[in-house]
Each structure stands twice: as C-alpha cells, then as structure tokens.
Design a protein around this ligand. Structure first.
Ligand SMILES: Cc1cc2nc3c(=O)[nH]c(=O)nc-3n(C[C@H](O)[C@H](O)[C@H](O)COP(=O)(O)OP(=O)(O)OC[C@H]3O[C@@H](n4cnc5c(N)ncnc54)[C@H](O)[C@@H]3O)c2cc1C
Length: 288
C-alpha cells in the first residue's frame, strides 16, 4: 500500500516535498495555513539567487548541482521557465570568507570560475565599482529563480501526481505512536504514516522546545539612475558582496522586469531587524 504522508507547510520546501513524494507514489495530503505562494513567509519577492561555488562549505556543491537538474526537469514538465542563468560575482577581500570559500568549493569540485581584479570587474561589468583591495570570483552558472513561480510549479505538479492540497488549513498538533502519526489541524484529524514539517519560520510556535530564533531578513528594491539596461543580466550578474568580515549583501535584478525597462536589483542585508511584516522603528532608523 502507498505510504500516506501529510506535508504541513507548502512554501519552497513543502511544495517541493509534496511534489517529489507524490511523484514517487506516496499518497500526499498537503496543508498550508495560507494560500501559497504568498508574501507572509520566506519565499516571495520575485527572485532568489542560485549558485554552485558555495562559499559556506564545499559539501553543498553536489546538492546544488542536483537542484539545477531538478529545476530543469520541473521546467520541462511544466513548460515554465523558472531558472535564468546570469553568471555570478562573489565580491570581497581575497582572504575573506566569501571569496576564499567560493574558491575552495570551485577548485575542489572543478567548477568553471575566474578570479577577477577590481579593474577587470569594472571593465567587464561596469555597474560594479569595487573598493580597493577587493576581488571577485566569477562563476558562469549562477542565476536567478522566481520563488513564487517555483512554488506554483511544484504545487501544480504535485496535484498532477495525485496530491490533495488544502489551503487555509493549519496544523495544530501531532502525536506519533510508533505505527504512524495522528495529525490535528484547525479543520480536522487525520491518521497517516508520516508527517513532513515544512513550516519555515513558524517552527518556533509549533515546537517551542527547539532552540530556534527567527531572524527577519529584509528585501529592498532600488531603481537605478540613468539607463536601466545597464542592469540587464549580461552587464549585471547576480552578486554577493562581503562588505565587512562575515557581513554580506546580495542581489539580482528582479526577473519580471523586461530588458528594456528599468531593473530593480535586490539586496538583502543579513541582520535581525524585527519580527513582523511591518517596518519596525529600527528599520525606519536605518533605512528611512
Ligand atoms: C529575504 C530572503 C532572501 C533570500 N534569498 C535567497 C537566495 O537568494 N537564494 C536562496 O537559495 N535562498 C534564499 N533565501 C532562503 C530561501 O528563500 C528559504 O530557504 C526558503 O524560501 C524557505 O522556504 P520554506 O518552505 O522553509 O518557508 P516558507 O516558504 O515560508 O514556507 C513555510 C510555509 O508554512 C506554512 N505554515 C506555517 N505554519 C503552518 C501551520 N501551522 N500549518 C500549515 N502551514 C503552515 C506557511 O504558510 C508557509 O507557506 C532567502 C530568504 C529570505 C527571507
């Protein structure tokens, strides 16, 4: 008999889990408290970067290489273009965590890459002006994914493989007894073989015993001055900048902007600045 699974939370992780489980023949019930893709979690804002030369650790490289294959497969299945290759610049001091780490991954896994001086970056990608002493590792396979369209593609494909998806239904609690799981939602009670928890930033409210702290990450869109075409992918690959030791910001241009329109590169600043959707007093102070 097919394995019965509830996937609770259908954002980036849960939608993919629901699809892959359903495709492998599991009987999938997917639940989300909202209607994904939605702007309340971690998977919205039009763009996410994807890159191969992970500075964080070379162990990520085979995982992300498999992800590239799966995105292409999903594109073929759905006829949707999800992944755009732009190339990517990892910018920072040569000995910094970002450049040194990306170089380590690139060398260890034989990835195509170039190390460019500040002048070379300026010549090839004139929108970038690197400070003195900075270099960039360029990797040609980096690119952009649209999180909302990726979630929609995974959910549609999960349904095509028989998954039952229910939106506006929240997981409340669950009990395991060695033979399966009893799952209680705000709409009902289910008995299944397995439960996938993919509730993202909502984990602390469902499992307060886990030592997790939710960090808010804020996205910004900037309207460039002058000719927006300078920010087309050929001239403006995705980038990560280590502007101070272990302090990063990164961004692509928003993919929904056509090449003739002004682009809106996005930057993400890694620091906790609050918890809710609203702009905190600290946001106002820092970003106006
Ligand atoms: C600003 C920002 C920029 C990022 N940039 C990048 C990037 O460039 N590249 C990259 O690879 N990664 C990036 N990430 C990380 C990536 O976006 C996340 O890892 C990913 O979106 C997490 O998906 P998720 O499924 O865990 O969470 P979510 O997509 O938030 O999904 C969680 C889901 O659970 C549902 N849920 C919550 N509680 C319940 C409940 N009780 N019952 C049922 N459903 C529930 C929610 O409604 C939601 O739909 C970025 C993240 C942020 C925040």
């Amino acid at each position: 008999m097919a394995l019965s699974v509830i996937v609770a939370g259908l954002g980036a992780m849960g939608s993919a889990a629901a699809f892959h489980l359903a495709r492998r023949g599991a009987k999938v019930l997917g639940l989300d408290k909202f209607v994904p893709p939605h702007p309340f979690g971690s998977s919205h804002g039009q763009s996410r970067i994807i890159r191969e030369a992970y500075f964080e650790h070379p162990a990520y490289v085979p995982l992300v290489q498999r992800a590239y294959e799966l995105w292409r497969e999903l594109e073929e299945m759905t006829g949707e273009r999800l992944l755009g290759i732009t190339g990517g610049l990892m910018i920072g001091k040569p000995e910094g965590e970002l450049v040194a780490g990306a170089l380590r991954s690139a060398r260890l896994h034989g990835l195509a890459h170039e190390v460019l001086t500040a002048d070379e970056v300026r010549r090839r990608f004139p929108v970038f002006h690197l400070p003195d002493g900075f270099v960039a590792l360029y990797e040609p396979r980096a690119g952009i994914l649209s999180p909302e369209r990726c979630i929609a593609a995974h959910l549609t494909s999960a349904q095509r493989h028989g998954a039952d998806l229910r939106f506006g239904e929240a997981l409340m609690e669950w009990r395991t007894d060695g033979k399966g799981v009893t799952v209680i939602t705000d709409k009902g009670r289910y008995r299944v073989d397995a439960l996938v928890l993919s509730v993202g930033a909502w984990f602390p409210s469902l499992m307060p015993s886990l030592p997790l702290q939710v960090e808010r990450q804020v996205m910004f869109w900037f309207r460039p001055k002058g000719d927006g075409n300078r920010f087309a992918p050929e001239g403006c690959p995705i980038f990560i900048v280590e502007f101070a030791p272990s302090r990063f910001f990164y961004g692509p241009r928003a993919p929904s902007m056509g090449p003739t329109r002004r682009s809106f590169p996005r930057a993400v600043v890694h620091r906790p600045v609050g918890r809710g959707m609203e702009r905190s007093a600290e946001d106002q102070r820092h970003w106006g």
